[in-house]
Design a protein around this ligand. Structure first.
Ligand code: BES
Ligand code: ZN
Ligand code: ZN
Length: 491
């Protein structure tokens, strides 16, 4: 990742980006840019709507970017993140190593630009043997902006590092990251930032009779794991924890209901829910947010081995529920159900799960956001949606009507693990909600966990989508708890 510093005075003969936010037709001016450049920029911007300019001054570059003013403040901020991605690409292409960023922007916009550059600088180079392909020229940004403090940059760096960790985990293939490997990665991360962590291995999962996890694991040659992370700072403002649950399916073949052809291609991404939540917790701890958080991460792969669970099987789950298996490819909800039932032991204020759970979520809204349902958690949901707009990891709320409950009723057991083809994202949520008795939010990240082409500052491959959302929410949740404390309510 690139490094960043705050500078009070700019340096001469160093490549510089000047960024402006302007309405259409409005003039750009600056005492730091000579009039020949300004005239050219203004003419092009007025006549052709051109918004990005690069002047090669031999010893350095002068870059000028104009972002169009937008009345949607969250979108405005997002445009600056995207500009960060665009400038990073330009710098890498032109072998620019250092850049200073000058902009008379407010703090939020200036930081969004920096964040865009930081996030865009991620690369996954673990398996490239050609040294030329692992050279990424750009490596340092100086920020010259009176509103931006060094602590603001420090915070951005922490969150960007968490996003990077998440992308690394999701990009890593199954052959080098099985359930034990994922648990070990969570242990290392936890130790780095003072989170208590415990891994339950196969024997303990058996002892706890976590039937959902064990059923999915039956066809595998690798044992399952269940990682429990607990962050309990002394100054926590909540008594009941915020519990984060994540699907840690290290590879999903579909099991005996084997995925056909291309559908299996990206299934190493099926542990993204666990990676997102664990990495968000890592950032929460590194930032020292005053909020108790518990992370629950069940993990296995889903394979059609000789002993694999089969459709028609009835599985006795951790909480005693009998589940009729209708499709072995609906395995994520089987392992999550045990984790959600286990979450009751922590008396949570709220449980949020993140999971690459259904193709239906991805088909419904495409790669633009997270599909989501909620039970008894309306005020938290409102807050989470607001956070989603802020960080531009947006959330689409789906209905959760009681009629959907009927779709997963089983004739021979308590419920079945999948309903009819329609409303697949919602019935998956209904299945999960069956195992909860607390305020609950389900995030289906199947559409956003991995991109097959470059997308602004997010890049191709694993996206880390959701990490910034959850960190922002944890912060907001802490404020809500503080507020409720003053009002005499205990969370
Ligand atoms: N891991 C998949 C969902 C998925 C699809 C994630 C595409 C990322 C990209 C999940 O386990 C699955 O197979 N879901 C099935 C459910 C069905 C059998 C009810 C699906 O969506 O087809
Ligand atoms: Zn599946
Ligand atoms: Zn899956």
């Amino acid at each position: 990742m690139i490094s960043i510093d705050k500078l009070v005075v700019g340096k001469s003969n160093v490549s510089t980006l000047f960024a402006f936010i302007r309405r259409k037709g409005e003039i750009v001016s600056s005492k730091f840019i000579d009039s020949a450049k300004l005239n050219f920029v203004n003419r092009q911007w007025q006549e052709n709507g051109r918004d990005f300019f690069s002047f090669n001054c031999i010893s350095h570059w002068v870059l000028i970017a104009i972002v169009e003013e937008d009345k949607d403040s969250c979108f405005q901020v997002e445009m600056l993140r995207r500009l960060g991605g665009r400038v990073l690409d330009f710098c890498d292409r032109e072998y620019i190593k250092d850049l200073q960023f000058v902009g008379e922007l407010d703090k939020e916009c200036a930081l969004a630009y920096v964040e865009g550059m930081l996030l865009a600088s991620y690369t996954f180079d673990n398996y490239k043997t050609d040294p030329k392909r692992v050279i990424h020229p750009f490596d340092h940004l100086d920020v010259i902006n009176e509103h931006v403090e060094t602590e603001d940059l420090q915070r951005l760096l922490i969150v960007a590092r968490a996003v990077e960790k998440c992308k690394d985990l999701v990009n890593e293939p199954y052959c080098s990251l099985n359930a034990e490997g994922l648990a070990a990665a969570f242990v290392n991360m936890s130790h780095e930032v003072g989170i208590d962590v415990e891994v339950m291995h196969k024997q303990q999962i058996e002892a706890k009779q976590m039937g959902g996890i064990l059923a999915v694991n039956k066809g595998s040659i690798d044992p399952p794991t269940f990682t429990v992370m607990q962050y309990s700072p002394e100054n926590a403002v909540n008594e009941k924890p915020l519990v984060l649950v994540g699907k840690g399916l290290v590879y999903d073949t579909g099991g005996l209901n084997l995925k056909p052809g291309d559908y299996m291609n990206d299934m190493k991404e099926d542990m993204a829910g666990a990676a997102v939540m664990a990495c968000a917790m890592y950032a929460v701890a590194a930032l020292g947010l005053p909020v108790k958080v518990v992370g629950l991460f069940p993990s296995t792969d889903n394979r059609p081995g000789g002993d694999a669970y089969a459709s028609g099987d009835i599985v006795n789950m951790y909480d005693g529920t009998n589940v009729e298996v209708v499709n072995t490819d609906a395995e994520g909800r089987m392992i999550l159900a045990d984790a959600l039932a286990y979450a009751k032991e922590f008396s949570p204020a709220l449980v949020i799960d993140a999971a690459t759970l259904t193709g239906a979520a991805s088909r419904a809204i495409g790669p633009y956001g997270i599909a989501c349902v909620e039970k008894d958690a309306e005020k938290y949901m409102d807050c989470l949606c607001g956070c989603g707009e802020q960080v531009y990891e947006r959330i689409a709320r789906f209905p959760f009507w009681r009629e959907y409950d009927q779709l997963i009723k089983s004739d021979i057991a308590d419920i079945k693990n999948c309903g009819p083809a329609e409303a697949g994202m919602i019935t998956a949520g209904k299945f999960l909600a069956y195992f909860t008795d607390y305020p609950f939010i389900h995030l289906d990240i199947a559409g956003v966990a991995m991109f097959d082409k470059k997308n602004n500052y997010t890049g191709k491959g694993a996206t880390g989508f959701g990490v910034r959302l959850i960190v922002e929410f944890a912060d907001a949740f802490a404020s809500m708890c503080k507020h409720d404390k003053y009002l005499g309510k205990k969370i």
